[in-house]
Design a protein around this ligand. Structure first.
Ligand SMILES: [Fe+2]
Ligand SMILES: [Fe+2]
Length: 193
């Protein structure tokens, strides 16, 4: 019987196929951002959205040349639900697969994947990281094509269009989701020592 993995099961799979910390962190970040958006769009299925975020790049470390294709094969072997297989693969639409994002969850994934990379790179430039980062500074980095050049502005723009939103709105939401996630990982200052 096929199944929808819990976030815990998803993370175990991510760790099974990914050893590089960068990839594991990216999975966790996208999972957290997906959970944030699920609270608005699909509050009954927050864990499901998180699992999609966690699993979206499952195959990337070991099979970069077959990205979003190998993952479908792996997930079918593992008996994951077809909806998860489709949702995760659709973020490669127009790049490595011809599976257009249709469900709102798929469109959010498509739009935020590259954007989390851009925001994460911007955070590395600041002594306080994500804390206190403003939307306008991310927008500035977005427009500077030399900054984090690997993060496709084209994909992000297409994602914004799919969602029928504005770039600044998407940045504000994604930034808030990442800030909330970072704050959760850090003990409150009073807890230290
Ligand atoms: Fe990917
Ligand atoms: Fe990704």
């Amino acid at each position: 019987m096929s199944y929808i993995p819990t976030p815990e099961q998803s993370l175990t799979l991510v760790r099974q196929y990914n050893k590089e910390e960068f990839h594991i962190q990216h999975a966790l970040t996208v999972g957290a951002v997906m959970a944030y958006f699920a609270e608005q769009y699909d509050p009954e299925r927050v864990d499901y959205w998180r699992s999609v975020g966690l699993l979206h790049d499952l195959d990337f470390e070991l099979w970069p040349e077959a990205h979003c294709v190998k993952s479908q094969e792996l997930m079918r072997e593992l008996d994951l639900d077809e909806s998860i297989i489709r949702a995760t693969a659709s973020h490669g639409y127009g790049i490595c697969v011809d599976i257009p994002p249709e469900h709102i969850m798929e469109k959010v994934l498509y739009a935020v994947d590259e954007l989390t990379g851009l925001i994460g790179a911007a955070a590395l430039m600041r002594p306080t990281g994500l804390e206190g980062m403003e939307v306008k500074s991310v927008t500035k980095k977005f427009k500077d094509n030399k900054f984090a050049a690997g993060c496709s502005r084209e994909v992000i723009t297409r994602g914004v269009e799919m969602l029928g939103t504005e770039l600044n709105t998407l940045i504000a939401q994604t930034l808030e989701a990442m800030q909330r996630n970072a704050a959760m990982k850090q003990p409150a200052s009073g807890d230290a020592g």
